[in-house]
Design a protein around this ligand. Structure first.
Ligand code: TYD
Ligand code: MG
Length: 452
């Protein structure tokens, strides 16, 4: 029997210390150190974990490239965010707030990917999962459910079943017998992930872990898990909206600017292949205060509807509020309009909303925001089938944005007739496109085109 040892762990970042500290030296959080029993058995007692293989050095050209070995799942959005499918032997962590739809998304993958999948749930009973599976609907019967939280038992069942993919819902519920602290504690999460990691690397079975997010938006035990796993995905969205975004935060096998979009329906998650169509409301009559921006999310161009309302402030201090757009940037754009373009917008309330509950950081949306505000201010609608893609600088100049060709093509594909871009965009000529390009360098020029 090994000696019982205890250590103090920061519940925020997982920092380990042999003695209690008032303030965590790693994340500077106060009162976050909690004592946990760390009881390690000797290696020979670990019944079900694989003994580490003795490794030998290999020349780099002898090493088989991982790129070729990927499982393509049925879910194209998920494949894209992973960088082109699930890599064999990889360990993926998907984080999100409770109720956002993580279990639904992964059960859908388990049911419909055509791969033999072991879905481990420590949160719901088999009957509950079955009910959910009936809502989602399945094409194959190769999904196995296991309601188990002991990691040794999980690995034991996995060895018998030999699945293609393992899904663990959630990493906070599993525990290992080699450590005495309670499930969900930092040391348990770390040890269980390490155990699954070893298993994934030795057998080549990819493991997908679901992780809950703490109040401040980090995956519980964030520092501990993020460096251990190969890929960290974030599942986010406004709970009051039906759209959900899957972002990659870290990816050892692909780029992190990919984005997957889903719609929560009564029958599970629906992949949204053409985001532009859902993010624009198709009203018959043009409304004032609406402008369409052609933006990029990662490598994906999409059109987004910007709605603005500028009205005379009812109270002394005008209000400025925005949903989906950075408020500081809105203040900056308003200051530019006031100072450089002479608009008296200082006494107006200004509200900005991006349709569909989506958040955009891409500065190419600036020009659309400015035009939506001005359109609402003068109460004249912007002509239909017009869109914008340019950044606005501090002196009111219209600046070019990267990959403008892709943005223009997307607008053209969706039937737009003209797009406002910066005069300084390089390598763009009108002959390349059917859509009319309006190259501008100042806000005043845009206004002349729009409102005469
Ligand atoms: P769930 O996957 O349980 O969230 P998480 O695992 O991230 O906590 O999703 C829960 C929500 O999803 C719940 O509020 C109901 C909704 N939902 C649907 O709208 N349609 C469906 O088909 C399913 C299964 C769930
Ligand atoms: Mg869940």
């Amino acid at each position: 029997m090994a000696k019982i040892k205890s250590a103090y762990f920061c519940q925020g970042c997982g920092h380990e210390s042999p003695k209690w500290l008032g303030k965590c030296p790693s994340c500077n959080e106060w009162n976050s150190m909690v004592e946990e029993v760390v009881q390690k058995q000797s290696a020979s007692d670990k019944l079900f974990s694989d003994a580490p293989k003795r490794s030998t050095p290999h020349r780099i050209d002898e090493v088989v490239s991982l790129e070729k070995k990927r499982f393509m799942l049925s879910d194209n959005e998920f494949n894209r965010v992973l960088g082109g499918g699930l890599v064999v032997g990889s360990i993926t962590l998907i984080g999100g707030e409770p109720g956002i739809g993580k279990s639904t998304l992964l059960l859908d993958i388990a049911l419909n990917s055509g791969l033999k999948t072991l879905y481990i749930s420590g949160e719901e009973s088999e009957e509950q999962i079955k009910l959910r599976a009936e809502r989602i609907g399945s094409e194959t019967n190769d999904c196995y459910l296991l309601t188990e939280t002991n990691i040794q038992n999980i690995l034991h069942h996995s060895k018998e079943l030999q699945p293609h993919v393992i899904i663990v819902d959630s990493v906070q519920t599993v525990h290992t017998a080699t450590i005495e602290s309670s499930p969900g504690s930092i040391s348990q999460i770390r040890e269980c992930t390490a155990e699954l990691l070893r298993y994934a690397k030795t057998t080549g079975i990819p493991v997908i872990l679901i992780g809950h997010i703490t109040k401040d938006g980090a995956i519980a035990g964030p520092k501990v898990l993020e460096h251990m796993v190969d890929t960290v995905l974030q599942f986010e969205g406004d709970r009051n909206h039906v759209y959900r975004l899957l972002r990659s935060v870290k990816n050892r096998f692909g780029s992190t600017n990919e984005l997957g979009i889903y719609e929560m329906s009564s029958a599970g998650m629906r992949q949204v292949e053409n985001p532009s169509e859902i993010l624009i409301s198709n009203f018959d009559s043009q409304l004032s205060g609406v402008a369409i921006a052609s933006t990029m999310e990662g490598n994906r161009p999409m059109l987004i509807e910007v709605q603005a309302l500028a009205s005379t402030a009812a109270y002394g201090t005008p209000q400025r509020s925005s949903t989906g757009f950075d408020l500081k940037r809105l203040h900056m754009l308003l200051a530019v309009l006031e100072k450089k373009c002479g608009f008296r917008i200082g006494q107006k309330d200004v509200f900005i909303n991006l349709a569909g509950g989506i958040k955009v950081d891409d500065p190419s949306i600036d020009l659309a925001v400015v035009c939506a505000i001005l359109s609402s201010n003068v109460d004249i609608a912007i002509e239909a089938k017009t869109c914008f893609s340019a950044e606005v600088g501090l002196s009111g100049e219209i600046r070019p944005v990267p990959r403008v060709e892709q943005r223009i093509s997307e607008a053209e594909k969706l039937g737009y007739k003209r797009i406002f871009i910066s005069k300084h965009s390089k390598g763009i000529t009108q002959d390349q496109f059917k859509i009319k390009l309006v190259a501008v360098s100042k806000i005043e020029e845009v206004l002349k085109h729009l409102f005469g």
